[in-house]
Design a binder for this molecule. Sequence first.
Ligand code: S3P
Length: 470
Amino acid sequence: MTTTTPTPMRARQAGPLTGTISIPGDKSISHRALMLGALAVGRTTVTGLLEGHDVLATAAAMRALGARVEPPQSETGEPKSDGDRLKRTWTVDGVGVGTLLEPEAVLDMGNSGTSTRLLAGLLATHPITSFMTGDASLVRRPMARITKPLTDMGATFLCRSGTRLPMAIVGTDRPAPISYRLPVASAQVKSAILLAGLNTPGITTVIEPVATRDHTEHMLQHMGATVTVDSTPDGNAISLVGQPDLIAGPIAVPGDISSAAFPIVAALCRPGSNVRIPDVGLNERRIGLLTTLAEMGADITYENRRLQAGEPVADLVVRASALTGVDVPPDRAATMIDEYPILAVAAASATGTTRMRGLAELRVKESDRLSAMATGLGACGVTVRVEGDDLVVVGTGGKVPGGATVTTDLDHRIAMSFLVLGLSAAAPVAIDDATAIDTSFPGFAELINRACRQAEGEDGTLDGREVIGP
Ligand code: S3P
C-alpha cells in the first residue's frame, strides 16, 4: 500500500489574482487516453496529458499489462503544470483489444478510483488474473458497484471485506455481454462496463437514468468503435459493439474544469482579481459549477470557443464578483460532482445561504466530502450544516474568520478547497497534508502564488512569505 510523509501547508489572505493561469490536463480524459491507447493497434500520441499521480498510476498499470507508455522523450525533469503542457507529447504503443498480458506484480492504483474502476472493467474480460491495491483512501472506497455488473459478464472478484481493495480479479475467457441499468449516477461504473464490453462479443449496453460525463463514449467513437446512444424512458441507453479494432491516433487533452474550479473561485472571491484561464474543457456534462456560479452572480466570460478532439473548449476570463447564495438542485450533482467542496468555499464568502442538494455520492469520494467540508468550514468559523444528503452553508458576506488546521484525509480537492478559503480568511488556514494535491494538480500552490505576486510587492511576496506555503 502507498504511504507518504504528510506535508503541512497554509494559505493566508491574498491580494488580487491577475495574469494567465494554465491549468493541468483533464484527469478523466487522460486516464481514458492511456487505457484506450494501450488497447489500440499502433501508436497513440497524447498531448496535454495530466502528469499527476493518479494518471501516472494508470500509465504504470498499462505498462505492467504489456503496453509501451512513454513520457516526452526530450525531458527528464519533474512533470510540470504550466504553459508547456500542450507541447509535451506522450506516446502509447497499444497491444490490441483482447491481448493484455497478466501483470507480474500487484497493481498499485495509489489514490485513484478512476484508474481502479475503469481498469477493473478491462481486466474483467481478459483471461488473466490480477491484483490491485491502493493508498489508505482508496482501500476505503466501495467496489461492489463495479464487481456486481462485471461478475454478470463472467469475471470473478475477491475483495477485502467483500467490497474493498485489495482486490483479486480473475478475468473470464468467455465474456458475456450484458444490458445494465446503473443504480448510481457514475461515469466510472458506466465506463468500467463499456471497457469490459470491448473484449466481449456482441453488444454491451449501459442504461443511465442520470446523464454522467461521456468521455469514454467520445473517445471510443474517436478511435473507431461503434457506440450508439438511444434515448429511452429510463434514460440514455449506451451500446457498444464488442471486439472492435481501435485505431491509434493523436489525442489532445483539454484543461480540466475540475482543476480550473480552484483558481476560478479564488479569483471570484479576491477583490480586484482578473485572470485568464486558457484551454478549459467544457463538456456539457461537466459544467454544473459554471452554471451555479453564474446564478450566484459570477463574472466569467468565454473566449475562443472551439472543439478539441470532439470536446468543447474555451478560454475563461474570471473577474472578482460579489456572490449571492443559491439553491443547487439535486439533478445538477452529476455535472459538478467533484466541484462541491470548492463551491462550498465560494458559498462561505457569498451573501446569503447556499443549499447544495442530493450529495449522497460525496460520502464515497477520496474522503467523505460532506463531512470533511462541514467539519472544516465549521472550524474556520462558518455556519454550516449537513441535513440528510444536503450541505447548507451560511455565507459570511465577505471575510471568513479562518484560523484553523483542516484534516484533508488524503483528499486533493479538500486540500485545495481549504487553501483557497485561506486566501479570503481573516486568519490563515492550514491543512495537515498537501501531498494528495499532486494526484490531480501538480504545481497548484506555485500557480496561485504566481497569480498573486503582481499585487504582492517586488520580491513577489508580502512580508517575505508566499500566499500559499509551508
Ligand atoms: C470520474 C467520474 C466521477 C468523478 C471522478 C472521475 C471519471 O466519479 O468523481 O473524479 O473519470 O469517470 P463517479 O463515477 O464515481 O461519480
